[in-house]
Write a protein that binds this ligand. Sequence first.
Ligand code: SAH
Ligand code: TMP
Length: 406
Amino acid sequence: MNNCRISNKKLIKIFDFNKQPLGNGFLQKKDFNKEYFFEMKVGFCNTSKMFQLNYQPNPNKMFHKNYAFFSSTSKLMKMHFKKFYEELIKHKALKKQNPFIIEIGSNDGIMLENFSKNKFKHLGVEPSLNVAKIARSKSINTMVDFFNNKSAKKIKEKYGKADLIYAANVICHIPNIKNLFFNIHKILDKNGIFVFEDPYLGDVIKKTSYDQIYDEHVFLFSLHSVKYLSSIFNLKLIDAKHQETHGGSMRYYIAHANSYKPKSIINRILSKERTIGINNSKNFKNFQININRSKKDLVKLLKKLKKQGKTIAGYAATSKSTTILNYCKIGTDLIDYISDTTLDKQNKFTPGAHIPVKSYEYFKKNIPDYAVLFAWNHSKEIFKKEKLFKKNGGKWIIFVPNVKII
Ligand code: SAH
Ligand code: TMP
C-alpha cells in the first residue's frame, strides 16, 4: 500500500527497513525454512499527518490462538492500569447508573479485571484465544473476535451503546482505522468517551526508538493525526495525557463533536508537535540519520566486545527487538541468547535473527558479561530487580536514546 489509509493520498517515504519477519513470530528450528518475511517501509501523509507502515501483514498472521504477548507479565503495567481505572471511574461519562465499558484488545484482562472486580458491566473484545481464555478464567466477560463491523453490530444489539470504550496498545495495530472510528461513532453513547493510548510518535522521534516500528504497529500517532482522524467522523479530541509507559505513549480522549469541550492542553501539545516537526514529512531527515547512527553504534560496540572475548546476552525478547536484530543484522555471532519470562517464547528462537530464547532461570545460571536491554521501556522495573547483576560486575547495554554501556 503506497497510499495513506486515511486520506488515500500518496505516502511520502520516510524509511526502509528492508525484509522483516513478524515481531512476535517466535519459532522453532523446524519452521526456519518457512518463516514469513515482508518489506517493512514507513511513510508519512502530509494531509492526515499519519505516520504509517506502507504494508502490514494480514492481522490473522499476528493475532491468533498462540499470541505471544501476555500483558500481565509486567507488574508496572498492572499498576499503571489500576491507576488509570481509578481515574476513569471519576469521569462524568461513567457517572450514571450501570455504565457499560468496552475494552478493545483486552488481552489477559490486565485492565478489565479492575472493572470486573468492582462489578461494572463490561466487555473485552480480544481476537487472540489464548490470552482471552486467561481473561475469562478471571471472570472477565470476553468476546473472542476482532473489533470490526460485525462484532460492533453484535455488541450494540446485545449490550446497547457504551459509556466508555477503552483501548491500550492496540489501536495502532488496526489498519482499517477509518472503519474503527466509524464503529466507535456508532456504538459510543452521546455522552460517552473513547480513550486510547499508544506509543507516541513524538517520543519515537525524540529518542530514536525506531524499534517501535514493527509489523503490529501500523500507525504511530500524534495529536495532529488523531485530531484529523476524529474530525472526519464527527468526533472530537477533547483531552490528551502523556504517559511514561512503553517508552513514551500518549493517551487520547475522544467524544462526540458536540458533547465535551476540548481542554487547553490540546493546543499546547499541537504547538509542541509543530516545533519538533512531526506534522510534516520534510522534517524526518534527522530521524533517518539517527536510525543509521544508532545501528552503526550498536553493531560496532557488540563486535568490539565480542572481539575482547566477552559474553553478551539479551534481556527480554520483546517484539520491538525484532526490528533492531533484523535491521542491524545481529545474530548468534554477537548475542548468545535472550532471556524472557514469557513461557510461550522460551525454548524458541527470535524471529528472523534466530537467537535462542531462554528462561529467566537460565539467565541466572548463565550470567553474561554484558546484557542488551531490549525491554528498555521496562528499565525501572528491571534495574530494580537486577541489582545483583550490576553488583557482580555485569553491565547493561542500552540503545535508547543512545547506544551506551551502563
Ligand atoms: N491492552 C493490552 C494488550 C495490548 S497487545 C495492553 O496494553 O497490555 C494488543 C492486543 O490487541 C492483543 O491481545 C491482540 O490480540 C489484540 N488485537 C489486535 N487486533 C485487534 C482488533 N482488531 N480488535 C481487538 N483486539 C485486537
Ligand atoms: P513489551 O516491551 O512489549 O512490553 O514486552 C516485554 C517483554 O519482556 C515480554 O516478553 C516479557 C519480557 N520481560 C522479561 O523477560 N523480564 C522482565 O522483567 C520484564 C518486565 C519483561
